[in-house]
Design a protein around this ligand. Structure first.
Ligand SMILES: *Cc1c(COP(=O)(O)O)cnc(C)c1O
Length: 429
């Protein structure tokens, strides 16, 4: 363990295999079940006609917020470095950077969390109906305008909750950390959200939002570090991915396993997805989290088994990274504990690599992502090149060429073009 901590401290990128992984044990010790995933899917279906009204871009999908699953064979050639280590048709991009409404993986969890607040207030105000079209009435909107939603965010969660919350008529207060991008703050202000900026990190921004909500029972705080709603909102993606793999006639098995690479911040999004994927695919799915070398909060919490009781600052790291969506100091307590036996492993990578992959995704596939969202690209490479990765395949009896790799691209389509251009050019510097 000391050797690993030393690597983290020195910002040396590495692939970590989780020795505590044990699916049976994970299932025995967790109180979460697949029922909650299916129930969340049902809430989203109930709200689909409403979301379709509120967000015209959801007309083609009838109010369902979903992203495509894309083959990226040209990128596979690049990641194989001409050695053909990734077979054609074996590299897929789960393109959450294209998620409608708010352009990132937070459109799943964040919007779901707002819908749950709408439900709670409707019950509290005695206006709840299973048919959610009541939420669109002028009278409901008037009621919602008396309530406020508060959230702490490095950017994308604020965007999702701000956009969805304002659409229902809530006032919204977004507490932003210093690394949040200006364009995200500006967009939020344009749609009428209150943006409160801090000179400090993400944990402090969340704390401020939490305090603001405690003092007033008309304020609903969506807590990125502790929200079960966010977690299950994200988890629905696993059902959708399963369906998309079916539609592509891709069969997952022990000899043809699914390897999924998920950029990780506090862990809610990748944790929710991992939890549900493991229920659906068991040991035939292998989930790995990707973190910047400057903010490996989850990896640190899991390696030390201190979970959210340790911060990257405790080992001298800054948390300063271009991957603003991943720039957190501590993981979510409940998610990191859950991941102790559910997660297969994690890896870290430097910002230079994020820019490299960001540029290659654009060059090969015309895909525009933000730096955080490029972190998944290093995964397939690590299993072909690193000692730890090869050892893992050997130990599991997996033939590298049979793996179906899924890179999760978690955000980017709302970025202003100039922002993308700036990041794209960084690969040269
Ligand atoms: C938030 C975010 C993540 C990670 O989600 P967590 O729930 O914080 O782990 C990954 N990528 C992007 C672009 C994000 O905004």
């Amino acid at each position: 363990m000391n050797k690993l901590i030393r690597k983290l401290r020195h910002r040396a990128p590495f692939l970590w295999i989780n020795k505590n992984y044990n699916l049976e044990k994970a299932e025995d010790s967790s109180s979460f079940t697949m029922d909650s995933v299916y129930q969340s899917e049902e809430v989203l279906r109930d709200y689909a006609p409403v979301l379709r009204e509120l967000f015209p871009e959801l007309k083609p999908s009838k109010g369902i917020i979903e992203s495509p699953l894309l083959f990226i064979d040209t990128m596979a050639e690049v990641l194989s470095a001409g050695k053909g280590t990734i077979a054609p048709g074996h590299l897929l991009l789960k393109a959450d950077h294209l998620l409608p409404v708010s352009g990132s993986i937070k459109a799943r969890g964040g919007i779901f969390a707002v819908l749950k607040v709408v439900d709670r207030i409707a019950v509290r105000e005695n206006i709840f109906q299973k048919d959610r079209s009541f939420t669109l009435s002028e009278s409901a909107k008037k009621i919602f305008s008396n309530y406020r939603i508060a959230v702490g965010s490095t950017g994308n969660l604020g965007l999702s909750i701000g956009i969805a919350g304002r659409a229902f008529g809530f006032s919204v207060e977004v507490h932003m950390s210093s690394d949040a991008k200006n364009w995200k703050k500006e967009l939020l202000r344009r749609i009428g959200a209150d943006v409160i900026e801090y000179d400090s990190d993400y944990t402090s921004a969340c704390e401020a939002a939490r305090v603001s909500a405690q003092e007033d029972d008309s304020v609903y705080f969506i807590d990125d570090e502790n929200s079960i709603d966010l977690f299950f909102g994200y988890s629905v993606a696993a059902l959708r991915l399963g369906k998309q793999l079916d539609e592509l006639n891709i069969t997952v098995s022990g000899t043809h396993p699914l390897f999924v690479y998920l950029p990780c911040g506090v862990g809610g999004a990748p944790g929710g997805i991992t939890f549900a994927l493991k229920q659906l695919f068991g040991n035939t799915v292998h989930c790995f989290f990707a973190e910047p070398v400057d903010a490996p909060a989850m990896t640190l919490g899991l390696i030390t088994e201190k979970y959210n009781d340790i911060s990257i600052r405790d080992i001298g790291l800054s948390g300063y990274t271009a991957a603003d969506g991943l720039a957190v100091g501590r993981p979510s307590g409940f998610v990191s504990l859950l991941m102790k036996s559910y997660l297969d492993g994690a890896y870290t990578l430097p910002d230079e690599d994020l820019f490299y992959y960001l540029a290659r995704l654009y060059d090969t596939e015309g895909v525009k992502v933000e730096p955080s969202a490029a972190a998944g690209c290093a995964g397939p490479v690590l299993f072909n090149t690193s000692e730890e990765g090869r050892g893992y395949l050997e130990q599991k009896g997996i033939e590298g060429q049979n793996i179906i790799h899924v890179i999760w691209s978690t955000g980017g389509s709302m970025e202003p073009p100039a922002e993308f251009e700036k990041n794209y050019k960084k690969r040269y510097s």
